[in-house]
Design a protein. Structure first.
Ligand SMILES: Cc1cc2nc3c(=O)[nH]c(=O)nc-3n(C[C@H](O)[C@H](O)[C@H](O)COP(=O)(O)OP(=O)(O)OC[C@H]3O[C@@H](n4cnc5c(N)ncnc54)[C@H](O)[C@@H]3O)c2cc1C
Length: 139
């Protein structure tokens, strides 16, 4: 959450999210995949981190997107970030090696029983400041 994992792309996206409240859809997918499968952190914690910082944070879209990456919706088909994909779609901004990432064969379906997860209270809605532009100038 401080952007100090040593995985250059991941740390950069963390800082970008904290500073701007935004990440491109691909970066969200890669971030969630690395969080879950490479760093082996709980997906709920990652979803909570996104939800607190995304200007477009949305309980349904965010939660279900994290669950999709984890393979909990499309069971047996997790979304796995690869070095090649990140290098291609970041236009070589991040050149990583395949062994920077987890070798994923299965999603998290075995860790979660069938049925709905417990319902937790949502945080209060934080409306974006219309007087302040989100900026990517520092990247
Ligand atoms: C892990 C993860 C968490 C996410 N959390 C949120 C969230 O909290 N709130 C949220 O609104 N979206 C979320 N998304 C979906 C998506 O990343 C954003 O909707 C999109 O990046 C918004 O960018 P944009 O407004 O520039 O739209 P563009 O990329 O220009 O797309 C145009 C419109 O299409 C819709 N859209 C694009 N990609 C998606 C997608 N994958 N799923 C659903 N709608 C999409 C958006 O409504 C957007 O307004 C998440 C995706 C992932 C992988």
């Amino acid at each position: 959450m401080a952007g100090k994992t040593g995985i250059a792309c991941f740390d950069s996206w963390t800082v970008e999210l904290l500073k701007t409240g935004y990440l491109h859809n691909h970066a969200r997918m890669w971030f969630a995949s690395i969080w879950i499968f490479t760093l082996r952190l709980p997906w709920r914690l990652g979803a909570d981190f996104f939800f607190r910082h995304l200007l477009d944070g949305d309980a349904a879209s965010n939660t279900l997107s994290w669950r999709w990456v984890a393979g909990l919706h499309t069971r047996g088909r997790p979304y796995v970030a690869t070095a090649k994909n990140i290098a291609t779609f970041s236009v070589q901004r991040f050149n990583l090696k395949d062994n920077d990432f987890a070798n994923v064969a299965h999603g998290l379906e075995a860790t979660e029983p069938d049925g709905l997860p417990p319902v937790l209270p949502l945080r209060a809605v934080n409306y974006p400041l219309t007087t302040r532009r989100a900026s990517c100038n520092n990247f």
